[in-house]
Each structure stands twice: as structure tokens, then as C-alpha cells.
Ligand binder design. Structure first.
Ligand SMILES: *[C@@H]1O[C@H](CO)[C@@H](O)[C@H](O)[C@H]1NC(C)=O
Ligand SMILES: *[C@@H]1O[C@H](CO)[C@@H](O)[C@H](O)[C@H]1NC(C)=O
Ligand SMILES: *[C@@H]1O[C@H](CO)[C@@H](O)[C@H](O)[C@H]1NC(C)=O
Ligand SMILES: *[C@@H]1O[C@H](CO)[C@@H](O)[C@H](O)[C@H]1NC(C)=O
Length: 356
């Protein structure tokens, strides 16, 4: 009985946060939507130093992670040309823009000293090994990257990849294909499935000089989210042991947000450039503190408040229903493309059209 009532209840409650106001003048135009320093790196694996025939990557440096994102975007662009001009239809933009957002909003700092690894608007920045968001991002990015190599998706790479591995928390992370495969085989396979799907695509037509592949956007986005979830699931249990947050409020927000992302993923939420940039406008511009009003800190703008109250609402309903909300939502989203479409509509209503 309960489960059947969950979604109607949610829709009812969400009416309170959905007004008829128009999308407020979006502050999302221009190049500041790209991750910081995006144009200053070239997305070429040859940029990494090579020692003893090994490619050396400092995975706790902002720039090195950014370089990897750009490599993955560049190498996969050709499968997505029909979904947006200037390569904005690549489904990996969601993860890439989120990475930039985390850095810009100061979420890679050392929680015990926020001036370590702060965003200072200059290269090179670092990512604190104690940062909760830095840890989640570690798993997401490294496994996406190593799976791309393992599956032969980045065909140019002939050398072995080595991540510089700090002693700190050594056993919680994996620093090579062998280590990551041994520790997280399911997540590696989930990420590989995404690349194998792309590799299996065929050229459908040529428009101008550009080949267009027969990529199905729902399938590509589904595999992208499936891999993302597998990687978040790795990070979650580690969090109590090593990851830290600047505050309990920020930690709770992190987990509520990641839960909300599961709802988005089930609805095959579009992870193209434009939709992701729009979604992220509401991501709070600074880590939350315990002094903040737990509901709505006053210096957050209207979109940030909408995002925060939505993720809290989703998490509360899910808790009230003992997790049935997510289960029922996933089932409903799995019925047809129409329910997925409606699911995305609900999410957009919650996030993008806040009440004034
Ligand atoms: C791989 O090589 C091709 C041409 O040989 C080049 O266009 C492409 O940028 C290279 N990819 C990377 C990641 O270096
Ligand atoms: C095209 O994309 C690049 C980044 O990949 C960006 O720097 C550039 O501004 C974009 N051009 C337009 C016209 O949006
Ligand atoms: C925080 O880190 C900065 C830079 O590393 C250092 O100068 C400062 O003394 C540290 N502050 C504390 C309270 O540890
Ligand atoms: C979605 O439906 C398909 C069959 O249509 C089923 O194989 C799959 O397990 C379902 N997935 C979920 C998450 O319920």
C-alpha cells in the first residue's frame, strides 16, 4: 500500500516548492560554465610526463584530473555530434561540469584547514585527500579513465599509466588498472560497458564532413549513470573512515544530493552540456556550515535554495518510506520512455522553476 502512495505524495508535496514563476534570468551564459582553466589544457594524453615508459599522473592535482576529463570528452565527442553543436551533446559533460563546480565552490579543500587546496583562480590547484567530495570524485574519474584504457577506447595509449600515490589513506584508493580491477571489478565493468557501447556504434551517415554514429542517447546516458552509481557506491562506505566534510550540514547535503542524483539517473536525466550547466546553477556556491540555517541559508540565491530544498524533500520522503520512494520511482521510470520523460519534467520543475 505504502509504496503505491509514495509518488502521489511526492507530487503533492512538490507542488509547494513549484511555483509558476519563470526561470529566473539565468546567470549561466558564457565561458564561465566550463570548468576553471578548461581552455588552458588541451586534452592530450601526451601532456602528461613519461618516465620509464610510464605515463605519470598526479591524481590529487586539479589540473591532472581536468586533463583526464578533457581526454575523455575529446575521444568520445564523435559519437554525440547529432545531440548538440560544438560538442555540447556529449553525455560526459554532466560529470565534467560537476567536477569544475566542486572545485570552484571550494569543495576540494582540506576540511580541517580551508586554505589548503582552496580555489584561487590560478593553476595549479590541488584536491585534498581528506575531502569527501575529492574522494567521491577520485573513484568516479579514475575508474572512468582506467576502464576507458582497459576497453581500448583510448587507443593511442601504449604506455602504462601510473598515478602518483600519496602514503596517506593508501589502502582506500587504487592507483593502477590492476589495483582498481582487483578492488572494484563491478565498477570497472560498469564503466567498461559504457565504452563498449560506444565502440559498437556504426557510422549512420555523413553530414558535411562529419560522420554521424547511430548512438541512442537514452542508452548512452543510462550506461553513463549506471557507471556513476557503481562508483558512488564504492565511495559511500569509505566515507565514515576517511572522508571529511567541513560540517555535518555539508555532509548531510552531500548524501542527500547523491541520493537525488539516483532519482535523476533513473529518469535518464540529460547530461548534455546545456542541461547539466543549467542543473548546476543551483549547486550551493560554498560548502555549508553548521551555523547555516539547516533549511535555507540566507546568502544562497533562489536556484540554490530550490536545489537544496528539493534534495532535502526527496531524502525526507525516502526516509519516511523506508527507502520505498526510490524503489517505486525506479520501477516507474523503468516502465517506458514516457514515464522517464515525466520524471525529468518533475525534476526540472523542482530545480529550475523555484517559487519566489
Ligand atoms: C590519438 O591520435 C589521434 C591521431 O593519431 C589524435 O587525433 C588524437 O588527438 C589522439 N588522442 C589522444 C588522446 O591523444
Ligand atoms: C565551443 O567549445 C569550447 C570548449 O570545448 C569553448 O571554449 C567555446 O567557447 C565553444 N564555442 C562556442 C561558440 O560556444
Ligand atoms: C592552514 O594552511 C595554511 C597554508 O598551508 C597555513 O599557512 C596555516 O598555518 C594553516 N592554518 C592552520 C590553522 O593550521
Ligand atoms: C527494468 O525492466 C527490465 C525489463 O523491461 C528489467 O530487465 C530490468 O531489470 C528492470 N530494471 C529495474 C531497475 O527495475
Amino acid at each position: 500500500m505504502w509504496p503505491a502512495l509514495v509518488i502521489p505524495t511526492f507530487l503533492f508535496l512538490s507542488c509547494f516548492s513549484v511555483g509558476s514563476a519563470q526561470i529566473p534570468g539565468s546567470v549561466t551564459d558564457g565561458n564561465d560554465r566550463y570548468p576553471p582553466f578548461w581552455d588552458q589544457i588541451n586534452g592530450d594524453i601526451a601532456e602528461f610526463p613519461v618516465q620509464d615508459n610510464k605515463i605519470i599522473i598526479d591524481i590529487w592535482k586539479y589540473k591532472d584530473r581536468l586533463q583526464i576529463y578533457k581526454i575523455l570528452i575529446r575521444e568520445s565527442n564523435k559519437y554525440f555530434v547529432q545531440f548538440g553543436k560544438n560538442d555540447t551533446g556529449n553525455v560526459l559533460w554532466g560529470l565534467t561540469l560537476f567536477y569544475g563546480k566542486l572545485y570552484k565552490t571550494g569543495r576540494f579543500v582540506k576540511p580541517s584547514n580551508s586554505s589548503v587546496c582552496a580555489y584561487e583562480g590560478e593553476f595549479p590547484g590541488c584536491i585534498s585527500i581528506d575531502s569527501g567530495w575529492g574522494g567521491f570524485n577520485f573513484y568516479v574519474l579514475t575508474i572512468y579513465f582506467l576502464a576507458a584504457i582497459e576497453s581500448g577506447f583510448l587507443r593511442n595509449i601504449s604506455q602504462e599509466i601510473v598515478f602518483l600515490s600519496p602514503e596517506e589513506h593508501r589502502s582506500y584508493f587504487c592507483y593502477s588498472i590492476e589495483e582498481c580491477r582487483a578492488s572494484f571489478p563491478q565498477a570497472m565493468d560498469a564503466a567498461k560497458k559504457f565504452y563498449q557501447y560506444l565502440q559498437s556504434r556504426k557510422i549512420l551517415s555523413i553530414v558535411g564532413d562529419t560522420p554521424v554514429y547511430n548512438t541512442d542517447k537514452d542508452t548512452a546516458i543510462l550506461y553513463m549513470w549506471d557507471a556513476h552509481q557503481a562508483l558512488i557506491d564504492i565511495g559511500k562506505p569509505m566515507f565514515n573512515d576517511i572522508f571529511q566534510y567541513s560540517s555535518a550540514t555539508e555532509r548531510d547535503f552531500t548524501f542527500n544530493f547523491l541520493l537525488a542524483i539516483e532519482f535523476c539517473a533513473a529518469a535518464i536525466y540529460r547530461s548534455f552540456f546545456e542541461s547539466s550547466a543549467e542543473f548546476l546553477v543551483g549547486f550551493p556556491h560554498r560548502p555549508l556550515t553548521d551555523e547555516d540555517d539547516p533549511i535555507l541559508p540566507s546568502d544562497l540565491n533562489i536556484r540554490e535554495k530550490a536545489l537544496m530544498s528539493s534534495v532535502t524533500l526527496i531524502s525526507n520522503i525516502n526516509q519516511m518510506t523506508g527507502g520505498s520512494f526510490l524503489t517505486v520511482w525506479k520501477k516507474a521510470m523503468n516502465v517506458s520512455k514516457i514515464t522517464q520523460f515525466l520524471g525529468r519534467l518533475i525534476i526540472n520543475n523542482l530545480l529550475l522553476i523555484p517559487n519566489t
